[in-house]
Design a protein around this ligand. Sequence first.
Ligand code: COI
Length: 356
Amino acid sequence: AVSPFSRDAILSETISETAELADVDWDNLGFSYIPTDYMYVMKCTRGGSFSKGEMQRFGNIELSPSAGVLNYGQGLFEGLKAYRTEDDSILLFRPEENALRMRMGAERMCMPAPSVEQFVEAVKATVLANKRWVPPQGKGALYIRPLLMGSGAVLGLAPAPEYTFLIYAAPVGNYFKEGVAPINLIIEHELHRATPGGTGGVKTIGNYAAVLKAQSVAKAKGYTDVLYLDCVHKKYLEEVSSCNIFVVKGNTISTPAIKGTILPGITRKSMIDVARSQGFLVEERQVAVDELLDADEVFCTGTAVVVSPVGSITYKGERITYGNGGVGAVSQQLYDQLTSLQMGLTEDKMNWTVQL
Ligand code: COI
């Protein structure tokens, strides 16, 4: 029997697919919002569980001014990408990992969450419904943004009485304005992104609002983005506003260990396996800021940023540079390995991609 949550069940009530590509300037995609055709919406009440959602025309949603998400930040988001392959099929990258991460975050934020099956099938249905917005191979990806929010009205501080799971999507290219060129980071040593015992380890919306201040100041000074330090010792690397960080020294690649203050990136986790498969020694541990001084290369990973080489890091007025303005050999090698797998250009021995 067909599961009521399956992508076909979701789609059958909705749409007729079109083979024609949307009218987009595919050669100049950045990472900005381009509205697409459909979004997926599913609701449930506090104490209940999600049962049936539906595909709707993409558009604004209605919320009470007293909604939990607006007043108390009870919200999570996810991000994943769909790539068009040479033979015009579509590949998702590890969508069940996003589903599991949303479930972990929902537990922390006192929200009910969709099951892994509901999440993954709804993602598939959203991509198929918006298929004409998946960029041609090599031009970018369809970025899929699942949201989970307390949509019911509250006034006193409490979990909201109703929750909405929503998925929308937009075609994207490079995240940073530098494109594939190395980015320039500045280390922030006063403002912090996360605290032990806080919510840094889940993808709650407030973590991202909290970095806007330091990010705006950094951008105004010409930096691409901000690298955060731990708030206890002000000494160990945490992450960049929108991505995780890796430090290369010889054959060893180090990345800050996940200890509750760092977002457990799916690209981060995948990169660790890819680097090991390429013969690198990968260490997940505390990485001190001083180690940046004699590193060979530094790069960032994230769904949105993919693998971004770092050209310079500025710390307390000192600028450390990497790669002589170009992309380091290790960063390039790992970028090629990961992206060729995500785009279906090499065999997926890891079994990470899901074909639609
Ligand atoms: C992603 O990489 O998908 C994220 O969620 C980061 C976001 C700030 C764009």
